[in-house]
Write a protein that binds this ligand. Structure first.
Ligand SMILES: Nc1ncnc2c1ncn2[C@@H]1O[C@H](COP(=O)(O)OP(=O)(O)OP(=O)(O)O)[C@@H](O)[C@H]1O
Length: 321
């Protein structure tokens, strides 16, 4: 699997319109799993389609391994780029069996070798023995796994996944997400996933690219984008946060609810914060508590103490030790 380099790539669909992707540069290491996240219309799909060759870039260069696949008047067509594509509605060929679908892109391979590759991939995706079935005899999740195996069969330089789990129910989405990650890791695949589920991105990515208005806002590990976001947009994309002045930080920072703890109001020191509990919701391992502070500002605290907090009480909040 290959190194992918995107250098200063831009794309504008219509003259006069805001660029869908503007001056984006990033490097994906061989074997790395990178997710593209960002609010709707931020340019995620456009960037993925530019890498796939389904859109032509206005500027910039895209390299896969040693090969330039886009740049300086050159546009290599998708089928010659050596990329594997899995989309949300990437239908399998209905008239072909599962085995024929998986082997579709390697039809030039000698039969014995092809059969071996297909069987190996079916085993890898947990569908050994399903080779003779037809797509309509599979569940939605099984069909997506077959689509993944079909894309992997050609041993592409990079796998491009556009919301492949979105149409599935949450439990199945989560298990297929983890399964896909396992399969891609087993193959050593370089992969880019577009998703609007930031929890999925945090769970499975080596690094995450955050897009906003066509610009790359931040690229970092899940921990970096979650705990050290470069701005409020990135911070709020990954879940609730409190915007507040951090002592010594000089500028406004953001603190996650799980970085705060409730303390008796008389003990609030340091960055002095206290308020009346306006809402308490059950959040699984914690109580999600909202404090309304003097002046009307809100503080969100993920309370994990072994006492129960009630609406109307007054509590202080402090950064955890
Ligand atoms: N074929 C097109 N023609 C014109 N404008 C387009 C086209 N495709 C996308 N756009 C515009 O480009 C911008 C980026 O769209 P894109 O689909 O890349 O965003 P996205 O982050 O993938 O959004 P979503 O999460 O909603 O899929 C948007 O403003 C969109 O309206």
């Amino acid at each position: 699997m290959s190194l992918l380099e995107v250098q200063q790539v831009s794309k504008r669909y219509e003259r006069g319109a805001r660029p869908a992707v503007h001056d984006v540069s990033l490097v994906v290491q061989p074997g790395e799993f990178v997710s593209l996240v960002g609010e709707s219309g931020s340019g995620k799909t456009t960037l993925l389609r530019l890498i796939a060759g389904l859109e032509t870039a206005d500027a910039g260069t895209i390299k896969l391994g040693e090969r330039v696949i886009s740049g300086a008047g050159l546009h290599v067509v998708p089928e010659r780029r050596g990329v594997g594509l899995v989309f949300q509605h990437h239908a399998l060929f209905p008239h072909l069996t599962v085995g024929q679908n998986v082997g579709f892109g390697i039809s030039k391979m000698a039969k014995a070798e092809r059969v071996k590759v297909v069987e190996g991939l079916l085993e890898l995706i947990g569908l050994a023995g399903y080779g003779r079935r037809y797509p309509h005899e599979l569940s939605g999740g099984e069909r997506q796994r077959v689509a993944l195996a079909r894309a992997l069969a050609t041993n592409p330089g990079v796998m491009l996944l556009d919301e492949p789990f979105s149409s599935l129910d949450p439990l199945l989405r989560e298990s297929l997400r983890d399964e896909t990650r396992r399969v891609l890791r087993a193959c050593g695949a370089t992969a880019i996933l577009v998703t609007h589920h930031t929890r999925d991105a945090l769970a499975v990515s080596d690094r995450i690219v955050v897009m906003h208005n066509g610009l790359l806002e931040q690229m970092g590990t899940p921990d970096e984008v979650y705990h050290r976001p470069v701005n409020g947009y990135v911070a709020s994309l990954f879940g609730p946060c409190n915007f507040m002045a951090r002592a010594g930080a000089g500028a406004e920072g953001w603190v996650r609810p799980d970085e705060l703890e409730l303390v008796p109001v008389e003990r609030v020191g340091g960055y002095r914060m206290a308020g009346i509990v306006s809402q308490v919701t059950y959040g699984g391992g914690c109580q999600d508590v909202t404090l309304v502070c003097e002046g009307g500002g809100e503080l969100k605290v993920c309370h994990q103490g072994d006492w129960v907090v009630k609406e109307g009480e007054t509590w202080g909040a402090a950064l955890k030790g």
